[in-house]
Ligand binder design. Structure first.
Ligand code: PLP
Length: 371
């Protein structure tokens, strides 16, 4: 009797994430399980923190992977900073900004949303005007690489404005980390969260976060306890950062092995070389898509190197093409979300997937499907 219909297929993952992972990361996950307080595992936790600081370009001691996916990182960041009644500004130009605003509301914040057309990025002036209208504000949140559109938001000038108003600056680096420059300390990012399954090329399941001194001070000065038990960094840091190794929860051992291996691979390649690879190959992909007669959603200067959004020609069926790519070529690309549903394809070139041979495969397959 048939017990399962599941097929475990080898796909070329060129959607918005997860990306393919290096065989070394796969192998790392078969290593024997240790206890989560085993001295050897504690060493691995320490090394993961050191390696994450390098990728985030920060000295922040409180830099560690939350045991959750990127959305868990988002929730952890917001839950620790927001107290009921706090006024915060969330800058929305896609799905993940919307999600940030939703979570902030659930934690009791008075949320002021500045929303612009999806696919566009915020100008420092419009952010400044909006903040000045609503100040004082505890925190301003923004997404670096908005995965629902493929727009890459410049952050430095906005960070300067946010700090002029004495607010904390929270940035979503889920899709950008490991694929383009993310410089927490130089850019004045107070809190960030990321995910493992995009440009770090590790499976989904951990959310690297980093809180700087100002953010930790905000947590320490709270008048109310953090509503979430699981995401309370004042407890989590006793497990991860302070060396107390105070039992909080059982860290996902295998995922931490995978992250360690993935971060070692990033270190061996070198961050700048990795950014250069993403930048060069995304140009190659974009030129090839345009040579097929396709148009791109985001203006050239603001395209995220790890994710390109293509406008679907009017006479073409979104589902038909994505279905053919998946079933005939085993290539996954993403469709549009919300108001971009049926209007765009999202093509990822993240981490291990970001290789010339994958671009060649996709362009030839897409060319055939469109004919
Ligand atoms: N933020 C951004 C920019 C994302 O792209 C994603 C996932 O695609 C998330 C947050 C949420 O991450 P996850 O799906 O891992 O919970």
């Amino acid at each position: 009797m048939e017990t399962s219909k599941v097929k475990f297929l080898e796909r070329t993952l060129m959607g918005p994430g997860p990306s393919n992972i290096d065989p070394r990361v796969n192998a790392a996950m078969t290593r024997p399980i240790m206890g989560h307080l085993d001295p050897e595992f504690l060493k691995l936790m320490d090394e993961n923190m050191i390696l994450l600081r390098k990728v985030f370009k920060t000295e922040n001691p409180l830099t560690f992977p939350i045991s959750a996916t990127g959305s868990g990182g988002m929730e952890a960041a917001l839950a620790n900073i927001i107290e009921p009644g706090d006024r915060v500004v969330i800058l929305v130009n896609g799905v993940f900004g919307e999600r940030m605003a939703d979570i902030a509301k659930r934690y009791g914040a008075e949320v002021k949303v500045l929303e612009i057309e999806w696919g566009k990025v915020f100008s420092p002036d419009e952010v400044k005007n909006f903040i000045s209208k609503h100040a004082p504000i505890k925190m301003v949140g923004i997404v670096h690489a908005e995965t629902s559109t493929g727009a890459l938001q410049p952050l430095e000038e906005i960070s300067y404005i946010v700090h002029n108003y004495n607010s904390l600056f929270l940035v979503d680096t889920v899709t950008s980390l490991g694929g383009t420059e993310v410089n927490l300390d130089q850019w004045g990012i107070d809190i960030t969260y990321s995910g493992t399954q995009k440009c770090l090329s590790c499976p989904p399941g951990l959310a690297p976060v980093s809180f700087n001194e100002k953010a930790v001070e905000a947590v320490n000065n709270r008048k109310n306890p953090i509503i979430s038990w699981y995401f309370d960094v004042s407890m989590l840091r006793k497990y991860w950062e302070t060396g107390e190794r105070f039992y909080h929860h059982t860290a996902p051992i295998t995922m931490n092995y995978a992250l360690w291996e993935a971060l070692k691979i990033v270190e061996e390649e070198g961050l700048e070389a990795r950014f250069e690879r993403h930048s060069k190959l995304s140009n190659l992909l974009q030129n090839a898509l345009e040579a097929l007669g396709l148009k791109l959603l985001v203006e050239k200067n603001y395209r995220a190197p790890m994710l390109t959004s293509v406008l679907i020609p009017e006479d073409i069926s979104d589902l038909d093409i994505r279905g053919k790519l998946l079933t005939q070529y085993s290539i996954e690309i993403g469709g549009g979300l919300r108001n971009l549903k049926g209007k765009i394809w999202r093509i990822g070139l993240m981490g291990y997937t970001c290789q010339k041979k994958n671009i060649a495969l996709l362009i030839s397959a897409l060319g055939q499907c469109l004919n």
